[in-house]
Design a protein around this ligand. Sequence first.
Ligand SMILES: Nc1ncnc2c1ncn2[C@@H]1O[C@H](COP(=O)(O)OP(=O)(O)OP(=O)(O)O)[C@@H](O)[C@H]1O
Length: 385
Amino acid sequence: MILEIAWTTFIGSIVYGSTPYVWKGMQKSTQNSKLRKAFINGELYRKEKDSKIKVKPNIINTKINDKKMTFVFSIPKGVNPDDFIKKAYVFKQHFNDYIDLKVENKRGILNVYPKGLPTKFNYAYQVLSHRLPIMCGRSLEGSMFSFDLVENPHMLVAGETGSGKSSALRSILTTLIKSKNPDELRLLLGDLKRSEFHLFKKIEHVDGVYHSAGDIGLPLMKVKKEMMRRGDMLDEAEVNSIDELPNKPPYIIVCIDEVALLKKEHDIMDILEEISSIGRSLGVFLILSMQRPDAQLLDGKLKVNLTVRMGFKTADKINSKIIGTPGSEELDIPGRMLLRINSHLQEIQAPLLENNIAKKLLEPYKKSNVVQFQKEPDIMELFKE
Ligand SMILES: Nc1ncnc2c1ncn2[C@@H]1O[C@H](COP(=O)(O)OP(=O)(O)OP(=O)(O)O)[C@@H](O)[C@H]1O
């Protein structure tokens, strides 16, 4: 089991300079002794019975550069790794607030960063080399963090109203549209609140923006049929993934805002669950968003298969636990999230992308504005009514 957590409690604007950061006391020995003091003050050691001997964590490796300090330490047998997470405050007290901590059974990794995250910055498109690039935002390391949805399939975006989900979804979809040709990526968008995806309606990558269970049922059935067709293609070609096919069909992303409104639609939920369990090799992926995480909806296979969770501010601890991003109840900056990819949890500030700016960025991809589009892949035929 790996437990990881990242905290930043700093609130306020930060101007990033170009001068490299110089830690107070760059010497490893100075920093290592701080860490040892933190272990002692936090009582993070094992006491031998009937003796005064304390078996303390061993610092195995220390790396210091201007972006971060990284300490790798052993966890003594008998000490609960959870205690390091619970007592993370001692590391903050000895270093600063901008830390993240990964804890396995025998080993811990503490990262200390020189500065916190910016409270606000505007979206700017960046070319990313991933097969399906998901651009998340700025990380504590100071750089933009992105990942490949093909490698980390299916994502849940959750958070209270006003926490920044819509802006994040807008920048994620805009990046995908700008990065991929329509014959490489098809998008099916569910907008059950009728408030989010209208700006994507006429974009050439988008096969439809659907507003109700009645609307989205049929296209999802077609996705299911397409998955069967792709499964047959893989069998025939004796390969494991569409990426290995000579005529690779486009990736399909089903992105549904406020998916909780579909939870009583069992046929639809079954298809979403099926995509979550077999979609990856077939090139079909989910991005699901919801305001209040619904334990019932996220109970079971679907939740396990959503390997990425973006936890924006939640109402309470219970909600952040359901999402799998403990601590997101404490976030209080719009666009701030705890991003969990498998068992790695880190704090990220998403870029702000307002509707009117997104509209401008998407203008060249509107069906009426596209001068030439040569290849009509099968999947496009499939979604035509
Ligand atoms: N990344 C961000 N950086 C700075 N401010 C942001 C960011 N994202 C959102 N905001 C601010 O918060 C407001 C609400 O954001 P947004 O509409 O994305 O929230 P939401 O979680 O989708 O809410 P709802 O569920 O009600 O749609 C925005 O109008 C904007 O002012």
